[in-house]
Write a protein that binds this ligand. Structure first.
Ligand SMILES: [Ca+2]
Ligand SMILES: [Ca+2]
Ligand SMILES: [Ca+2]
Length: 228
């Protein structure tokens, strides 16, 4: 019997490149992040609040998804026992909800390799969500999926995304990230995906990157911030 090695190889490569685009990252493999590399402002938060207990008010402050990841095992336990905005340092989507954030003192670009460029911290149960990026907040590109996986149990999970696999590279200046819950796990609590933080590894240093901003608006915004 003659095995068609080309198609076998083709299938293998397809599967490999798919799995490399987005994956769960072991805690020890998460790079050291500068404070500025995290999402800075909320552009839109559209949670789906189902009838019933979740997600309650302690889980629906979208600012909890900005800045450095700050959910710890002890804060997670405290949140489960007594949900307060102090204890629950993440933002829940509800079933099918979404969150759009923007980087204002940094941006997301590709690095010309398969290394991860974008990192998302999700806590609790991995409920499943799509991850999209945009340069202007209007045209969106899907760069991968956080797979729903309740076999992982409850925890603090970090997912990496290689945006080069989605067609981006060095020179791209992406400032928007949109996360949308896939509404796959309707028994988790709080309902929907729960995001602690969103961060981008810069490839082009930020000062040099100013010259890549095509629009005068980008330059103006930068000069304004410098003057302030
Ligand atoms: Ca930032
Ligand atoms: Ca990459
Ligand atoms: Ca947080």
């Amino acid at each position: 019997m003659k095995i068609n090695t080309t198609s076998v190889l083709g299938l293998t490569l397809t599967l490999l490149s798919f799995s490399a685009q987005a994956a769960l990252v072991a805690p020890g493999d998460v790079p050291d992040f500068d404070d500025s590399w995290f999402a800075d402002v909320v552009i839109d938060y559209s949670p789906v609040i189902d009838a019933g207990p979740n997600p309650g008010t302690a889980f629906t402050d979208p600012n909890q998804a900005l800045g450095r990841p700050d959910v710890t095992n002890s804060s997670g336990v405290a949140c489960a026992l007594g949900p307060t905005p102090e204890n629950c340092r993440f933002t829940s989507m509800g079933d099918g909800g979404s969150l759009t954030v923007q980087f204002t003192d940094n941006f997301l670009d590709g690095d010309g390799t398969t290394a991860f460029d974008l990192y998302i911290w999700e806590v609790g149960v991995a409920e499943g969500s799509t991850v999209e990026v945009s340069a202007d907040g209007l045209a969106w590109t899907n760069v991968g999926t956080i797979e729903a996986d309740d076999t992982l149990g409850i925890g603090i999970f970090t997912y990496g995304f290689d945006i080069d696999a989605a067609g981006f590279g060095i020179g791209d200046v992406l400032t928007y990230v949109r996360l949308t819950d896939l509404n796959l796990m309707v028994t988790s609590s709080p309902r929907g995906s729960d995001f602690d933080a969103i961060g981008a590894i810069p490839t082009v240093p930020i000062p040099a990157a100013v010259w890549l901003f095509g629009s005068g608006l980008g330059l103006l915004g930068w000069m304004k911030r410098k003057r302030a």
